[in-house]
Design a protein around this ligand. Structure first.
Ligand code: PNW
Length: 474
């Protein structure tokens, strides 16, 4: 048994914990049952776009192995599972006039029933980066707010209608910063647009990220409005957004450095959280971008502000690292942008709660290792650096909730499985479960066992659950 060594507090009974995944990263079966193409299908096949030249056609084959994934979740004893729905399985050509694919609906419907039958709460992301290719071809996807907002809202509506009787936790978008900057600025994620002509035949890195981000905010806001007006009263769920951002601290207490740290927060989390929860883009972004930052029309702004109203929550992915002077405070993970710095996690949770005053769900938290560092499966299962990472962040989580009073209601480790890590292909592994890509066999790692044990010890299970029992068809 792995000793967890955290302070003796307990999280409330209804605290949701579990693991997260995303459709394109695990499902494979890209041709199955009428699915349309997503922008990642072809992009991942272009030479040089993924580190190992591999695509998402098979991934962890979870489209076929979902029962096995459910068993794994039961084995870990999770309360909840965060997964995403593939837009192009539900509406293969994506658009508001395009037909709904019943086979796609059935797949997720069965999956949701399978979770509920096992007492696991579904936590569903509507958009985790796999835009239907048809919408990119038709009107450039997120670059066309007049079209994409309407198409996204129709897709969201189909999901609320068909799954909302059983799904009570919705996230509209996963990480708009990544969608905008990595997809339309650096061009390293699909659709791969950038000003760098060696990388991309078209695109404009100085304008497109802000246009794409603006459409994502509006699509979120109009989907929330729809949920509130047509579904919330009868379905009783909640809806939010997942935002990512690095924690930043001033190097010293000079005004310049204090401001610089705030600016770093403004251009990542603030870019999206400020309009949604505070009603406007951060002043620094306006100053930095001038006319390149789109304006909201008065009508749009009213909807965006409404979307941040009292009863909603925000999901956040918390990757904690900081580099005040180029040196590292934490342990470097095996990907450039991630370090293990647990105190920063507590600070970030406090910052978010003070600034936005909303309940928080940590929708992802994880640590990367590179495949080649581990020679055997046995070695890969002893993932001490990842255990160390989770040990730190879980005690920071507990301290933030119990000592600082931050309203955190859930926590999801990224990821249930090693999986298709976007531009890194399969060489970077984030899973708490090792996947042998030859056999597709799954092996729990020490980190998965650690989290399972930690939450068993730290969620108060003496009281009856406050989550109402759900009647399911099995
Ligand atoms: C998140 N960054 O992506 C995504 O939600 C997951 O799909 C992904 O697998 C996971 O984290 C690990 O990468 C991010 O550069 C990718 O700051 C890059 C960054 C942040 C999040």
């Amino acid at each position: 048994m792995i000793a967890t060594n955290a302070p003796p507090y307990k999280l409330p009974t209804d605290f949701l914990w579990g693991f997260a995944t995303a459709s394109f990263q695990i499902e494979g079966a890209t041709d199955a049952d009428g699915r349309g193409k997503s922008i990642w299908d072809d992009f991942s096949k272009i030479t040089g776009k993924t580190l190992d030249g591999r695509d998402g056609d098979v991934a962890t084959d979870s489209y076929h192995r979902w029962q096995e994934d459910l068993d794994l979740l039961v084995q870990y004893g999770v309360k909840s599972y965060r997964f995403s729905i593939s837009w192009s399985r539900i509406i293969p050509s994506g658009g508001r006039e395009d037909p709904v694919n019943e086979a796609g609906i059935e797949f997720y419907s069965d999956f949701i029933d399978g979770l509920l039958a096992r007492g696991i709460t579904p936590f569903v992301t509507l958009y985790h980066w796999d835009l239907p290719q048809a919408l990119h071809d038709r009107y450039l996807g997120w670059l066309n707010k007049g079209e994409i907002v309407l198409d996204f809202v129709r897709y969201a509506k189909v999901c609320f209608e068909r799954f909302g009787d059983r799904v009570k936790h919705w996230l509209t978008m996963n990480e708009p910063w990544c969608i905008s900057i990595l997809g339309y600025g650096r061009g390293v994620f699909a659709p791969g647009r950038s000003s760098d002509r060696l990388r991309s035949p078209e695109g404009n890195s100085s304008t497109e990220p802000w246009i794409a981000g603006h459409s994502v905010i509006l699509s979120h806001a109009y989907a929330v409005k729809l949920y509130r007006e047509e579904f919330k009263a009868k379905q009783g769920g909640e809806i939010g957004i997942t935002l990512n951002g690095d924690w930043a601290m001033p190097y010293d207490d000079s005004i310049q450095n204090i401001e610089a740290a705030q600016h770093a927060l403004d251009v990542a989390i603030g870019w999206f959280a400020d309009p949604i929860y505070l009603g406007q883009y951060p002043a620094y972004m306006k100053q930095m971008l001038g006319d390149r930052l789109p304006d909201f029309t008065p009508e749009e702004l009213a909807v965006v502000k409404e979307a941040g109203g009292e009863d909603e929550f925000q999901g956040h992915v918390e990757y904690t690292f900081t580099r005040p002077d180029g040196t590292q405070l934490g342990t470097q993970a095996h990907c450039a942008w991630l370090q293990d710095y647990a105190p920063g996690f507590r600070d970030l949770l406090n910052y978010l709660y003070k600034r936005y005053r909303k309940p928080i769900y940590v929708t992802e938290n994880g640590f990367a290792v590179k495949d080649e560092d581990k020679k055997t499966v046995e070695e890969a299962l002893q993932d001490d650096d990842r255990v160390q990472y989770y040990r730190g962040v879980t005690s920071s989580l507990l301290a933030a909730v119990k000592e600082d009073g931050v309203d955190v209601r859930g926590y999801f480790g990224w990821s249930l499985l090693d999986n298709f890590e976007w531009a890194d292909g399969y060489v970077t592994r984030f899973g708490v479960t090792y996947v042998d890509y030859e056999t597709q066999k799954r092996y729990p790692k020490d980190s998965g066992k650690f989290l399972s044990q930690w939450f068993k010890e730290h969620v108060d299970n003496d009281k009856p659950s406050s989550i109402p029992a759900t009647i399911v068809k099995v």
